[in-house]
Design a protein around this ligand. Structure first.
Ligand code: COA
Ligand code: AMP
Length: 630
């Protein structure tokens, strides 16, 4: 069957389609049906089935006689180490860790926060939670203590599993002090912590609260997999939303297993036993779905890569890893290729390695600019497939169904909707638009298995954020169009989310931090175009009357404040003091106009602007930061 037939077969019988895909999963009790309507536009999948994620990702492969296959390759150019773990070893390691967590009181439904760098133990901690039916919440290492505290207070974990440190090129990230600071700030306190001591920095353990990763596993009974309902939360993953606290995206167990397993062959075109590599971080959704769960559920070998595209040690690292480990499909973010391209524009490093094992490269996380795609295609000679999805969906909304049919690539488009997604372009009033017309991208409900059923502790916010604007649809927050051939084009966000080096951040969240500076009366943060990272945040602050300290000093404090409160990952370095912000007569800050000026794009002066002269002042500030040159 070709793509069109597969898509139509889903559309004509979604229930039959997903029940058939569910056959590939081991169930303790098979679900009686696929879709469960909870009511009032809420849906769940496979709710009355019983299964276990860890069983499907680990044990069943051992039972099937593939225990000797490598499950995880840890390749760390930062520490200069390479470590392989077979499925049989992984089962034993995870069962023991789960046994130790259980011995300390972790049970089905308890939350466990995982705060770890790119080491296999991060995946083992996730799988150990899944084994017990505990709900993990992984927090990215590039966030500051404050962001970790916010997640602790939302997830209310019984335990926190962390590493003593992370390693960035030339810098040790002190995880343990960050964790201690976060626990101190948080209202909720975990019962205990488990610390994986890395030799690069051994951390102090708090007597009575902290346990050593190895020590606390001594003498425990390994734990078996605990069957859970299909609609039992497998994990919570917080992501940036419009202002305020991050949103806790929930993933249910049954749909997660079924959908991710389907994607491995149909999108990434790998068979069990093949090596699959997603160069992301376990703290992001790509890491959850495609470093940890999907490759393991499908019986592939996954790579945990602790390094960067450049500088560890050079721009040939990607090709070295692909060649050395026989990678068949490779997934990364466009920004990583922009970094490689900057250091090795002619792709000379590619020639040093035999990458004939590689069949295709997949890009996601941000808009894939045509220059980068064309460069990657030219230097590697491989097909480059852009695909579009979000933390909320957990897997591809639109992409190239390479395992079904390699459709023609249209550069600038992440290709076509996957089965399960009825993607529509809507106007402001919610009417479907014609091909080629730009509008809000929405997905007709229900969303497919594996996507978010709601937000953790925030059903109202779920409805407000995603369901209320276009009744009967899920609002993606992206704007774009569909062409005559059904190819989708993603053009912009419709909210305050920006994408910095493939990392999703909220400008509203940064504004809240800047507004907390005692000298700042008012502020705005916008996302400006950056050649390497796609976008960069830029802040404008207006000072409280009477403040006459040097502006440089205040700017430095603002930059430090965002780094301390949100984290280095925000990459907030551009900030200027201005007298006033451009606004409409009703007081709305004209952020979109500021972005256009910064990027030297043409723009129409908004009819409702209060005082156009302010834009000249903004332009001068932008020019002082190297923008608005055109
Ligand atoms: N833990 C702690 N700090 C981290 C971190 C982590 N896991 N990841 C990034 N940071 C820090 C960086 O060290 C940097 O700190 P600095 O300001 O002290 O230099 C800061 O956060 C910004 O990081 P980043 O935006 O990644 O910039 P960079 O200059 O270090 O690297 C790239 C640029 C393009 C090489 C890098 O962003 C990259 O590899 N991007 C790929 C992104 C990706 O895979 N995203 C996943 C989505 S699919
Ligand atoms: P995240 O939840 O971090 O995966 O970020 C999701 C958002 O990143 C999407 O809503 C888009 O705005 C953007 N994004 C992800 N993939 C793509 C893509 N292939 N093309 C354009 N934008 C993308």
């Amino acid at each position: 069957m070709g793509y069109q037939e597969v898509y139509e077969s889903w559309k004509s019988d979604p229930e039959g389609f997903w029940m058939q895909q569910a056959e590939a999963i081991d169930w303790d009790q098979k679900p009686s049906k696929a879709l469960f309507e909870v009511g009032d536009n809420l849906y769940e999948w496979f709710s009355d089935g019983q299964t276990n994620t860890c069983w499907n990702a680990v044990d069943r492969h051992v039972e099937a006689g593939r225990g000797g296959q490598v499950a995880i390759i840890h390749d760390s150019p930062i520490t200069g180490t390479l470590h392989k773990i077979t499925y049989a070893e992984l089962r034993n390691r995870v069962a023991r860790l789960a046994g130790a967590l259980r011995a300390k009181g972790i049970e089905k439904g308890d939350r466990v926060i995982i705060y770890m760098p790119m080491v296999p133990e991060a995946l083992e901690a996730m799988l150990a939670c899944a084994r017990l039916g505990a709900i993990h919440s992984v927090v990215f290492g590039g966030f500051a203590a404050n962001e970790l505290a916010v997640r602790i207070d939302d997830a209310k974990p019984k335990a926190i599993v962390a590493a003593s440190c992370g390693l960035e090129p030339g810098r040790v990230v002190h995880y343990k002090p960050l964790l201690d600071g976060a626990i101190e700030q948080a209202k909720h306190k975990p019962d205990f912590c488990v610390i994986f001591q890395r030799e690069q920095e051994v951390a102090h353990l708090e007597e009575g609260r902290d346990h050593d990763w190895h020590g606390f596993q001594y003498g425990v009974e390994p734990a078996d997999c605990v069957p859970v309902e299909g609609n039992h939360p497998a994990y919570i993953l917080h992501t940036s939303g419009t202002t305020g606290a991050p949103k806790g995206v929930i993933r249910h167990t049954g749909g997660h297993l079924v959908a991710l397993n389907w994607t491995m062959k149909n999108i990434y075109n790998v068979d069990p036993g093949d090596v699959f590599w997603a160069a992301s971080d376990v703290g992001w959704v790509v890491g959850h779905s495609y470093i940890c769960y999907a490759p393991l559920i499908h019986g592939n070998t996954t790579i945990v890569f602790e390094g960067k595209p450049v500088g560890t040690p050079d721009a040939g690292t990607f090709w070295r890893v692909i060649s050395e480990h026989n990678v068949r499909s490779f997934f990364t973010a466009p920004t990583a290729f922009r970094a490689v391209k900057r250091d090795d524009p002619k792709g000379e490093y590619v020639g040093k390695y035999d990458i004939s094992c590689l069949k295709a490269i997949y890009l996601a996380g941000e808009r894939a600019d045509p220059d980068t795609i064309e460069w990657a295609q030219k230097v590697t000679g491989k097909p480059i497939y852009d695909h579009w999805w979000q933390t909320e969906t957990g897997w591809t909304i639109a992409g190239m169904p390479a395992g079904i049919e390699a459709l023609p690539v249209k550069i600038g488009s992440p290709s076509v909707p996957m089965p399960g997604y009825d993607v529509q372009i809507l106007d402001e009033a919610g009417h479907p638009m014609k091909p080629g017309e730009l509008g809000a991208i929405a997905v007709k409900l229900p969303l497919p298995p594996g996507t978010l059923p709601t937000l953790w502790n925030a059903e109202d916010r779920f409805r407000k954020s995603y369901l209320s604007h276009f009744p009967g649809y899920y609002e993606t927050g992206d704007a774009g169009m569909i062409d005559e051939d059904g190819y989708l084009y993603i053009m912009a966000r419709t909210d305050d989310v920006i994408n910095v080096a493939g990392h999703r951040l909220s400008t509203g969240g940064m504004e809240e931090v800047l507004a907390s500076h005692p000298d700042v009366a008012e502020c705005a943060v916008i996302g400006v175009t950056d050649e390497l990272k796609g976008q960069l945040p830029m802040g404008f602050v207006c000072l409280t009357t009477g403040v006459n300290r040097p502006h440089d000093e205040i700017v430095k404090e603002c930059v430090k404040l965002v780094r301390d409160k949100i984290g280095p990952v925000a990459a907030f370095k551009l900030c200027a003091v201005v007298d006033r912000l451009p606004k409409t007569r009703s007081g709305k800050i004209l952020r979109a106009t500021m972005v256009k000026i910064a990027d030297s794009e043409e723009f129409k002066l908004p009819a409702t602007i209060d005082d156009p002269a302010i834009l000249d002042e903004i332009k001068v500030a932008l020019q002082s930061m190297g923008y608005a040159k055109g």
